[in-house]
Design a protein around this ligand. Structure first.
Ligand SMILES: Cc1cc2nc3c(=O)[nH]c(=O)nc-3n(C[C@H](O)[C@H](O)[C@H](O)COP(=O)(O)OP(=O)(O)OC[C@H]3O[C@@H](n4cnc5c(N)ncnc54)[C@H](O)[C@@H]3O)c2cc1C
Length: 378
């Protein structure tokens, strides 16, 4: 059986690898002519690493990334508000949380894939149903017949737009800058993710390799968002932040900073239709506030490949949706809410928020992380 996947992002590639390991033929159609390394890092949480262990990739990812042992929310001056120690999860799930350069992760995934599976320069234009399944028409003029199709083509998925009506992309009215810089972090920050919350902005940083730091910063906007795309302005928004943060920003080459508007897909309740199924961001794009978007796509890859191994296609898609939808929606909803609370501007509300974060018992934080890190054993 051949399974066709539209999109060679983290979701599409991981799903292709998982399916190939189970003996399926896979074709992955990617719109770009060349897979370009993305200039940013990514945090692969415990749940993603558990999946990569099953796919034989854990060691390579660990070797090429940096382990994170604590997730911290701090004030702008880097004074801690909350600290989640990840060591108990590392023991329980036998997996770490790894920060890694996106380009390196992408290359690791491509190296694992059967080299003939990836079809570059194939931008999907149109899907038409016919009696044998689906006819796929690409912008390069090619047409192919597909019996089983997975839409892994991201938040603006054309597969979703063709087959699933009524979906809404929500703009969070926040801009996100991401950068990677050569920077020697003080020892105490080298195995931590720190996210400093201010008023209508926040700044996160993490080491992804020796002397290499990935950082991201978000700021709310109401109008005139154009000014935020000028990367020379960023440092001005973080004047009141700890000097380390300002040094990280100023050490970054301007061409290594990328700005994106933040959005998500308002949760949809159906991810499949006959022999077509959505995975990753095309099914459940979330805001990045929990660092779980790609991790959820990676969980999809594992669960869907298991379901397709066990059941016929339509039953597999049904089982996949039942297993994955509640958790993916929970992440989307919580992440949306965190994004709003983190950017409150009223000083009284900020004071209350910070107190609540400080006073939240670590057992509650741990319980929430455990729910996210736990993956079903199939
Ligand atoms: C600022 C930011 C920080 C983030 N940080 C983290 C993090 O630390 N941890 C984490 O887990 N997640 C994080 N995420 C989320 C994560 O990046 C996404 O959830 C993840 O990349 C989704 O993967 P995907 O494969 O589903 O979609 P995508 O990565 O969007 O890939 C879709 C692919 O499909 C291709 N494509 C699109 N249309 C077509 C077409 N018509 N024909 C053919 N190909 C097509 C695209 O070129 C692309 O290669 C972050 C997101 C943002 C915005």
């Amino acid at each position: 059986m051949t399974i066709d996947i539209i999109g060679a992002g983290i979701g599409g590639l991981t799903t292709a690898i998982a399916l190939e390991r189970k003996g399926f033929n896979v074709r992955v159609f990617e719109q770009t002519e060349k897979i370009k390394p993305i200039g940013a890092g990514i945090i692969l949480a415990n749940n993603a690493i558990q999946v990569y262990e099953k796919l034989g990739l854990k060691e390579t990812i660990e070797k090429n990334g940096n382990p994170i042992s604590s997730l911290n929310i701090t004030k702008a001056n880097l004074k801690p508000l909350s600290k989640v120690d990840l060591s108990s999860f590392e023991k329980k799930f036998k997996a770490k949380n790894i920060a890694i350069h996106r380009g390196i992760l992408q290359q690791i995934l491509i190296n694992k894939l059967n080299s003939s599976s990836l079809k570059l320069n194939h931008k999907l234009k149109k899907i038409s149903k016919n009696k044998n399944g689906y006819s796929l028409e690409f912008h390069n003029g090619e047409k192919i017949q597909s019996s089983t199709l997975l839409g892994a083509d991201g938040i603006n998925s054309i597969v979703r737009q063709h087959l699933f009506l009524n979906n809404t992309i929500r703009n969070a009215n926040q801009i996100c800058w991401r950068g990677v810089t050569e920077y020697n972090l003080p020892q105490k920050y080298q195995n931590e993710l720190n996210e400093a919350w201010g008023k209508t902005e926040r700044f996160g940083f993490v080491q992804i390799a020796k002397n290499k730091v990935y950082w991201y910063a978000l700021k709310s906007f109401k109008k005139n968002k154009e000014e935020f795309f000028n990367v020379n302005n960023i440092i001005n928004y973080f004047n009141e932040y700890n000097p380390i943060i300002k040094n990280i920003i100023s050490s970054t080459k301007k061409e290594q900073i990328h700005a994106t508007e933040i959005s998500d897909l308002k949760p949809i309740n159906k991810w499949y239709d006959e022999n077509v199924c959505l995975i990753g961001d095309s099914a459940h794009a979330t805001t990045p506030n929990m660092g779980q978007g790609a991790c959820q796509a990676i969980e999809d890859a594992y669960i869907l490949s298991e379901c397709l191994r066990k059941y016929d296609t339509n039953r597999a898609f049904k089982a996949f949706q039942k297993l994955r939808l509640p958790k993916a929606h929970q992440v989307t909803k919580s992440s949306w809410m965190i994004g709003k609370i983190a950017h409150w501007s009223n000083p009284i509300l900020i004071g209350i928020r910070n107190k609540v974060i400080q006073l939240t018992p670590s057992s509650i934080n741990k319980k929430q992380f455990e729910q996210i890190f736990k993956i079903p054993n199939l």
